[in-house]
Design a protein. Sequence first.
Lengths: 221, 230
Amino acid sequence: MNVFSTLLARDLKLAIRQSADSLTVVAFFAIATVLFPFGVGPETNVLERISGGVLWVTALLAALLSLDRIFTVDYEDGTLDQLVLTGQPLSIVVLAKITAHWLTTGVPLLIVSPLLAVTLHLPTAGYAPLLLALLLGTPTVSLVGAVGAALVLGTRRGGVLLSLLVLPLYIPVLIFGAMAVEAATTGRSATPELLVLAGFAVLAVTLCPWATAAAVRQAVE
Amino acid sequence: MSGDSFTAGTFSGSNLACRRGGRLVFTGLAFSLPAGGALILRGANGSGKTTLLRLMAGLIPPTAGHLAWSDQPLDDSDEHAAKLRFVSHLDAVKPALSVAENLSFWSALWSGRIDDAATLRAMDAFGLRHLATFPGRLLSAGQRHRLALARLLVAPAPLWLLDEPGNALDEASLGALTAAIADHRGRGGSVVVASHGSAFVNDGNTLDVGTFTPKTAVHWSDDADEESAA
């Protein structure tokens, strides 16, 4: 058992015992998405056109709600001090926590997204690209979000600050995620957009654990 | 308790200074802690005992001076961290995990394997065995603190840094802590305790952190000048 798997297993166990936290995020995603047909009207062609973008925006907002969970509780109860002192590279420690966040937030959002796509009349051709784009994009969301979550540790009302820090950084993921769905529904191949999203994920997994570790060290200082 | 002994050598610090929030907490502080030794940190509230402990743990970098193991200056904070256990006033107990789960998590994290025997020994040492399946959220403050202290025993490390370890403990638990520290020192481990009253460390050296606190006003301007010059 290494540090990564031990910590990942503990965070998953905590998430299952406190499953209300993950369910709240999914419920927010569902409710926010369902508001759109009420807001813009039930015309199928309008909903079809905006469905990809709407799903991506609401998924990002739902993920944003859950970001402060990554570190705040551990920071407040002293666990983060101990995690810095494991004697193992801190970037591995934070990567385990980020992975746990993705598995308990990104993956549930991914699973319910096809159901919500039905309410927005997403054309059949759009489902596979939507799922693939979320699969490639949500890890980036967790990774970039973790940097922000670590940076705002110890600030009062960090949640608002966190959204100001992180949401602008989500714009590239949003653009290519929504474009992937749109490409498929207009008959083009979604491959280029999906490859760009994969590139973002590789970049994020390379840089974000390192940046998050630096921010965590700063926070416990 | 496991029979292995430690060969980590002498832990020392020389000419240490630390600035927190623009204020120089202490300066010119030095200590030396041989294997098997104990250092008791004294000082009024706010004199910097906790700051010094966190600095010794490597959580805070010293503003000046350095820490060393056997006169080898410390350059790898992860290597240093692997040699120490830090018990702060925050107990790091997860409310949703049971007492045994809380302990076995740290045991697995530090020793790299699941060691149920060590977890049981640690629970026995601090009278937590009957609470093994109790969730952390139902523990009293004293029980939570005992759980934090029991972490010291789940995976061996030569240096213990304890911040007010006697807080919230009853007579029996103070005895258990005294015994745990004596056993740890008997095996060549060393311990630093920040404490007001201390019945649980015998023949340790005392370091009054308050005597290294600079006269605030003077050093304030000195430091400000240094910074603006740099």
